[in-house]
Design a protein around this ligand. Structure first.
Ligand SMILES: Cc1cc2nc3c(=O)[nH]c(=O)nc-3n(C[C@H](O)[C@H](O)[C@H](O)COP(=O)(O)OP(=O)(O)OC[C@H]3O[C@@H](n4cnc5c(N)ncnc54)[C@H](O)[C@@H]3O)c2cc1C
Length: 208
């Protein structure tokens, strides 16, 4: 009997989107198995400042928890500040230049990220440190660093992916998780990370 060949997926970009997709593919291996490779242009996890915060809504959090294994989920609180009770809350406030609150949209209260994920109506947000969230998602992911993708070529069999260092890799499916502004792979099927998307629409796919 001929054995079915396991298809290879290459993810370009180890940001929040690429890492979440990696975990989702590995977590769902029992449904469909892929060899997954992930390449990042940065030289290490600390190569570049990752920015301030990202707000995860209840819908985004549900989707994120669906993507990642429980071992990673249990580390999520490390990426989230603990507000001082009665003084601070998670959410978005608009203040004036000296910190007076002008607008504080009401949020449904929740104890932790798991409780937040259970809120199925309305909108609540948990503030998350972007760099720590990425560190949490990096756990156990064999990212190949210093691999800037410069070009790809589609063939009948699959896709050849070319890197700045002169190396190349073959895959059956290439996913651009290289951020919304990357010009290099703009014709590619793309994913991006949106913490505020509706349930099950965690990734933003754009057409080729
Ligand atoms: C100030 C600010 C606040 C934001 N707040 C929110 C928020 O609250 N909620 C929300 O949902 N979104 C927010 N966003 C949008 C947010 O940036 C995206 O949701 C998120 O960062 C996208 O993740 P990503 O993995 O798709 O892209 P990125 O985080 O940009 O990751 C892309 C990765 O691909 C790598 N890469 C790029 N090109 C190549 C290449 N050619 N070869 C190899 N690797 C490559 C990059 O180095 C990077 O590591 C905010 C954005 C900004 C700037």
């Amino acid at each position: 009997m001929q054995q079915e060949k396991i298809p290879t997926i290459i993810i370009v970009g180890a940001g929040l989107g690429g890492l979440s997709l990696y975990h989702a593919l590995i977590k769902n291996k029992d449904k469909k198995e892929f060899n997954v490779k992930i390449f990042e242009r940065e030289s290490s996890p600390t190569d570049r400042w990752q920015g301030y915060h990202i707000g995860l809504t209840n819908y985004g959090t549900q989707s994120l928890l669906n993507c990642i294994p429980s071992s990673i989920a249990s580390n999520l609180p490390k990426a989230m500040p603990s507000p001082i009770p009665g003084v601070e809350t998670h959410g978005i406030n608009i203040t004036d230049q000296v910190g007076n609150v002008l607008l504080a949209p009401p949020v449904k209260p929740y104890k932790d990220v798991y409780e937040l994920a259970k809120i199925s109506r309305g909108l609540s947000t948990i503030v998350t440190y972007r760099d720590r969230l990425r560190d949490v998602l990096l756990e156990g992911v064999p990212v190949q660093w210093n691999k800037k993708c410069v070009k790809y070529v589609e063939t009948q069999e699959g896709v050849w992916v070319f890197f700045e260092d002169g190396s190349q890799e073959f895959c059956n499916i290439l996913v651009g998780a290289d951020g919304i502004n990357s010009p290099k792979l703009k014709d590619l099927q793309r994913i991006s990370f949106f913490g505020n998307f509706e349930q099950h629409n965690f990734f933003n796919f754009s057409e080729k």
